[in-house]
Design a binder for this molecule. Structure first.
Ligand code: AR6
Length: 175
């Protein structure tokens, strides 16, 4: 069953997450879930004001956890909002960042999502070094996909060419 092999279901892209037509995209939000800058700002702008209304009703999200909303004006069914840790350089950062990926993937599966894209959670305003974050993102996703058959496509989308190359290089280890 090579088709369902983990590395066949993982993809890296360079670009803007708001342009992706998938079942779900993940937002790197903050605990208020009321919007912000970076990818969060881009997602709220593209989804439209109804997203903020739904987020208000959720009442926030703890670091490492994930919440789901509709996609509104975005070409996706769902937006999964997760809150990454502010980087401090502790083991706790690792654990929380891994939980962001794991809880987002679990929530996606629970909602019958077959394709999902992640930005580099915590790697902008929250200061997580991209190389370290990339390993956590990919290791956590691979572990999850080994025991899951329903998710057919997981995309990591990076804004910059440098970040894209870091992911590409790390993914090669698994092929
Ligand atoms: N598509 C893909 N990636 C993007 C996009 C986009 N449209 N825009 C930015 N990135 P950040 P964080 C990349 O700061 O570090 C917000 O204000 C960006 O280059 O968006 O988790 C929230 O409200 C970087 O690599 O998220 C929180 O307060 C990555 O996305 C706080 O920032 C994440 O950068 C969260 O900080």
């Amino acid at each position: 069953m090579m088709k369902n092999a983990v590395f066949d279901r993982v993809e890296v892209m360079q670009g803007d997450i708001t342009t992706l037509k998938l079942d779900a995209i993940v937002n790197a939000a903050n605990r208020s879930l009321l919007g912000g800058g970076g990818v969060d700002g881009a997602i709220h702008r593209a989804a439209g004001p109804e997203l903020l209304s739904e987020c208000r009703k959720i009442g926030g999200c703890s670091t490492g956890m994930a919440k789901i909303t509709k996609g509104y004006n975005l070409p996706v069914k769902y937006i999964i909002h997760t809150v990454g840790p502010v980087y401090r350089g502790t083991d706790e950062d690792r654990r929380l960042l891994s939980h962001c990926y794991l809880n987002s993937l679990k929530l996606a599966v629970k909602n019958h999502t077959m394709s999902i894209a992640f930005p580099a959670i915590s790697c902008g305003a929250y200061g997580y070094p991209l190389k370290k974050a990339c390993r956590i993102a990919i290791d956590t996703t691979y572990d999850f996909l080994k025991n899951n058959r329903t998710l057919k496509k997981v995309v990591f989308i990076l804004f910059s060419a440098d970040d894209y190359n870091v992911y590409k290089k790390y993914l090669k280890i698994f092929v």
